[in-house]
Design a binder for this molecule. Structure first.
Ligand code: NAD
Ligand code: UDP
Length: 312
């Protein structure tokens, strides 16, 4: 296959680092752009020996010029702790980042994929969530900078396609976990594993009966690459996630079992606007991408626990 030039924004983050590796292994030339807000060089340092890999420090809120065939736009903090740290910056990253990447795609005639999120469904009133559901988002709540930023980015992607014929793809990613998550990331899987490995208390927010559906990162990367390579007419948005739904309390118990930890579960207040339930309807991904997740939660957690054992 011909070597493609591919830009990955947020490439030094958790998902981006796996995507860089996958696309390099397929023989492409990969440009990894990141401002290192939540990502880190350590995630991609092993790729630096590859002459077809370049690491670029840059912030997507300012324009960037490069000749590429494809752009995966992942730059954006994904953990509530980090995206709420500077909400205005989060919104700028989503909106101005989208405008800058769409402008670049238009200029060089590249195909651009937007990493959107299940958060566009907010605290959903429809369960499981199909792509046709418009969502239930509080526009002035604590999560709004992320949710509304990502919703605006989807709007911009569709507008650039309709008005300027830019080739776009939109993926709605559901909770994903795996190696290369930052141990201080604040998301539930990394928090619970790090706490369990250190025999610290496991912090369940609320009563732990809220649900999430957890996807292993390899399944997500497969879905992203399939979407980028899908037929031109298929733009998405398409859900990519694992429909197996667990309560947060079930997850805590599973992590304790798999690590053999002596940790106790403690309960902390539930953050505001924390969605009560989340499960992807993946019929569209099955039909259009011939994609479904392959890694179950136990298998994925075991690999992730091994990773964290090596770094903490
Ligand atoms: P992450 O925080 O590990 O990665 C995000 C990366 O973007 C980091 O390397 C960070 O430094 C970089 N970044 C942030 N702001 C930037 C800016 N202004 N300019 C340049 N780089 C910037 O998170 P992740 O889990 O790898 O998420 C990757 C993408 O996938 C994000 O867009 C996120 O919204 C989306 N997503 C992830 C999940 C998930 O569960 N992991 C779920 C839904 C959507
Ligand atoms: N959560 C928790 N303890 C933690 C971190 C998160 O109980 O230490 C809960 C959080 O309240 C939410 C769920 O786990 O209900 C998933 O949180 P995360 O931040 O991973 O993702 P998101 O809420 O964006 O889906």
């Amino acid at each position: 296959m011909a070597r493609k030039k591919i830009l990955i924004t947020g490439g030094a983050g958790f998902v981006g680092s796996h995507l860089c590796e996958r696309l390099l292994n397929e023989g492409n030339e990969v440009y990894c752009l990141d401002n290192y807000f939540t990502g880190q060089k350590e995630n991609v340092i092993h790729l630096l020996d590859n002459p077809y890999f370049e690491l670029i420090r840059h912030d997507v809120t300012t324009p960037f010029f490069i000749e590429v065939d494809e752009i995966y736009n992942l730059a954006c903090p994904a953990s509530p702790v980090h995206y709420q740290y500077n909400p205005i910056k989060t919104m700028k990253t989503s909106v101005m980042g989208a405008i800058n990447m769409l402008g670049l795609a238009k200029r060089v005639n590249a195909k651009v994929l937007q990493a959107s999120t299940s958060e566009v469904y907010g605290d959903p009133l429809v369960h499981p969530q199909p792509e046709s559901y418009w969502g239930h988002v509080n526009p002035i709540g604590e999560r709004a900078c992320y949710d509304e930023g990502k919703r605006s980015a989807e709007t911009l992607f569709i507008n650039y396609h309709q008005q300027n014929n830019v080739k776009i793809k939109i993926i709605r990613i559901f909770n994903t976990y795996g190696p290369n998550m930052n141990p201080n990331d604040g998301r539930v899987v990394s928090n619970f594993i790090v706490q369990a490995l250190q025999n610290h208390d496991i912090t369940v927010y609320g009563e732990g009966n809220q649900t999430r559906s957890f996807q292993y990162v390899d399944d997500l990367v497969e879905g992203m690459v399939r979407l980028m390579n899908s037929r031109d007419e298929f733009l998405g948005p398409v859900n990519v996630g694992n429909p197996n739904e667990f309560t947060i309390l079930e997850l805590a118990k599973k992590v304790i079992d798999l690590t053999g930890s002596k940790s106790k579960i403690i309960y902390k207040p539930l953050p505001s606007d924390d969605p009560m339930q989340r499960q992807p309807d993946i019929s569209l991904a099955k039909k259009e991408l011939d994609w479904s997740p392959k890694v179950n939660l136990d298998e994925g957690l075991i690999k992730t626990i091994e990773y964290f054992k090596g770094i903490i």
